[in-house]
Design a protein around this ligand. Sequence first.
Ligand SMILES: *Cc1c(COP(=O)(O)O)cnc(C)c1O
Length: 454
Amino acid sequence: MTSDTKILLSESELPRNWYNLVPDLPSPPPPVLHPGTLQPVGPDDLAPLFPMALIEQEVTAERYVPIPAEVLEVYRLWRPSPLFRAHRLEKALGTPAKIYYKYEGVSPAGSHKPNTAVPQAFYNAQAGIRRLTTETGAGQWGTALAFAGAQYGLDVEIWQVRASYEQKPYRKMMIETFGGTIHPSPSELTAAGRKILAEHPDSPGSLGIAISEAVEVAAQNPDTNYALGSVLNHVLLHQTIIGEEALLQLAKVGATPDVIVGCTGGGSNFGGLAFPFLREKLAGRMDPVIRAVEPASCPSLTRGVYAYDFGDTAGMTPLMKMHTLGHDFIPDPIHAGGLRYHGMSPLISHVYELGLMEAVAKTQKECFEAGVTFARTEGIIPAPEPTHALAACIEEALRCKESGEEKVILTALCGHGHLDLPAYGRFLAGEMDDHALSQDAVAAAVANLPAVPA
Ligand SMILES: *Cc1c(COP(=O)(O)O)cnc(C)c1O
């Protein structure tokens, strides 16, 4: 067996900085706007929700942001995470391509989410905050924040999309074990939730609705802040630890990626892996193709519009220019709950507009097929979200088989699927459906965007 099967870094090689892509881009992303005045938001607008340290990171012009010692200490519980070469998958596919995957399932939550949950909890605790509110879809983010809150003595209150709350009871148990409190969303606890329930008593919920509920509670309580698990610049910043480690690991085996593939919900694991490599690309040191993979049921990059929109359903957040399907779009209940968000990180959307990356959409059966192939060869059952990236890796590897190219493919296996086994059960029993999203549905969804003069 070759020695690049599992590439590890020592504790002393753990990166000490997060990387901010913005100063290296040819132009900065458009500003975030206040929904009332339509003027760029300032720190004071965000202060009811976020601690100043995170607001500063959201807009920083520094290329590198030092990781606090108190955060590094918690990161060391699972970081540096391993980089694997998928020898067995390559062999099964008969491809000359080399496939590497950065495995984030070794974290306490089983995904990449603690990479940002931990610093977010740390900065809030440091600012004297007592409680954090948040939304969660499949439950990965809620689990990560509950764990992170426990590290720094914060209460964590979570609104989980009702469809997932009912389908995935183990996430609730995990969150409660870590000390968090969890409610199904929409709930009777907030005005936003009550309004939705009055109109749609059986609403399955959405990430946009759950965000409205969590933001409402944080905005009304001075000792409470809100934490977001994706989309925002500071979240992507924290996730760059993934790509910084992967760069060091690939260097150890002398490999340079030709293709980088990642799944995109709000864009944080994808940006976290890809941005350090994009820095290298912009500096002319390598030239990988960078490819996002989104679900065909929620295709914000490939079929959404690039426009100012709200981050939540009720329209309480600032307006962000992003690829969006419209803030009241409710995607079909696919199993990759973490990819069911109507928008896309403004920074990723901007990078996409600049032509520095590409995007494709995949239907869920093809993704689960890839997930099963991966499990049988590599021995890890992937979360439904990264099966999208794996399906695109396999597609690329099979193209290499046709052409004989020995491309190096890199992806983030951003979580394991141990709490998503019922979805695999449905797939294996032949009970999974692919949902076609009609052009009419897309057009109707984007008809309701807020009016922002150009
Ligand atoms: C939350 C989550 C996602 C989607 O979020 P991104 O911000 O796009 O990374 C993807 N995969 C897993 C395992 C998740 O938990």
